[in-house]
Design a protein around this ligand. Structure first.
Ligand code: UDP
Ligand code: MG
Length: 337
């Protein structure tokens, strides 16, 4: 689609939710009022990511009163990245917006995202100018993470950007072909390429409930980002190994020479311990790095479907059954039968 043709379009809003019963109604109210001003036909794809609270009941109530609501109910909690993927798989629009349901991503930005899409961009991402309600430590760790990943990977991952963005149909179709288990979505969004554009906004603190990210999860997220986009740590292992081996070789030669010429004056216990511990530590560290990659290889090699859907209710606004099993990726059309 060229920019000029993007007039009478259909828009999908994909919103993953995990235990969001306190925010969902307010989110829907704000989103619905924004969508009123949009010229195209809309659907709102709510993905229930195995919530243990009344989230699904609220979704059903919203669908009963709003014909734009579609519901994808996952069989358990799969995590946000996969919930988002499930939403993208089921989205039918010419343009698809991904947004958090905790109101940290302001729905009021949507018209601006659409504006840039109409200007011909395929990926329009919301870039935050201020991080409110986040600790200095979280800000610092996030900054460090982006610095590292920017250095080690060829994929440009925009800083201060969440998952809130608009994707064109061809960008969604490209993304749907990436079926890896380890889904670092921010990386995948960039990896597909196509013209991309940032729109600036201020990120709000969470409306209600607690963020489901803690530092352990954040650390794993960073590890995911780095290991799925670069094998640089494995190369580091090689070089550090070579350097350490060279140094140890000369040190050993020096010790042998010293012993032969001057005799064994001191038992040499300290130097021995230092070398053993240092090399042992280094080896363990890089076995760990290899383990991270090996684990990922293991997970990918199982070729499991990414998720299972226990219920899908299409949006009435787009008419029924347009989305046959054939338009879903192979693993998911099997799951729906
Ligand atoms: N979410 C999800 N599955 C999960 C965790 C979170 O679908 O396992 C959703 C959640 O409902 C929200 C979005 O992902 O809409 C972002 O979650 P959260 O606010 O906890 O993350 P943060 O804002 O810290 O990135
Ligand atoms: Mg949040």
């Amino acid at each position: 689609m060229s920019g000029a043709e993007r007039q009478g379009f259909t828009l999908s809003v994909v919103a993953p939710a995990y235990n969001e019963m306190e925010t969902l109604s307010e989110f829907h109210r704000r989103l619905a009022s924004v969508l009123e001003g949009i010229p195209g036909v809309c659907e709102i794809v709510y993905v229930n990511d195995g919530s243990s609270d009344k989230t699904i009941a609220i979704m059903n109530a919203l669908r009963a009163e709003d014909s734009r609501v579609a519901i994808v109910d996952l069989s358990r909690n799969f995590g946000k990245e996969i919930a988002m993927t499930a939403g993208l798989d089921h989205a039918r629009g010419d343009a698809v917006i991904v947004i958090d349901t905790d109101l940290q991503d302001p729905p009021e930005l949507i018209p601006q995202l659409i504006e840039e899409w109409r200007n011909g961009y395929d990926v329009v991402y919301a870039k935050r100018t201020a991080r409110e309600g986040e600790s200095a430590l979280k800000k610092a760790t996030a900054a460090a993470f982006y610095r590292v990943i920017q250095r080690v990977s060829r994929v440009r991952i925009p800083e201060d950007t969440g998952d809130f963005r608009l994707l064109s149909r061809r960008a969604v179709d490209a993304l749907k072909q990436l079926r890896e288990q380890h889904r670092f979505m921010k990386g995948l969004f960039s990896w597909i390429g196509f013209p991309q554009k940032a729109v600036l906004y201020r990120r709000e603190p969470r409306f209600a409930g607690a963020g489901k990210f803690n530092y352990w999860r954040l650390w794993n997220f960073a590890l995911e980002g780095i290991t799925s986009f670069t094998i640089a740590p494995l190369k580091v292992a090689t070089y550090v190994g070579v350097i350490v081996a060279l140094v140890s070789f000369f040190a050993a030669a020096w010790i042998v020479y010293k012993t032969l010429v001057f005799g064994d004056s001191v038992p040499g216990y300290p130097s021995l311990m230092v070398v053993v511990l240092f090399l042992g530590g280094l080896q363990l560290l890089f076995i760990g790095v290899m383990g991270e990659y090996l684990g990922r290889l293991f997970n990918e090699s199982k070729r499991r479907p990414l998720y299972f859907v226990s219920g899908y209710e299409p949006a009435k606004s787009l008419g029924p059954g347009l989305l046959g099993p054939g338009s879903l990726p192979p693993d998911q059309s099997a799951a729906r039968r």
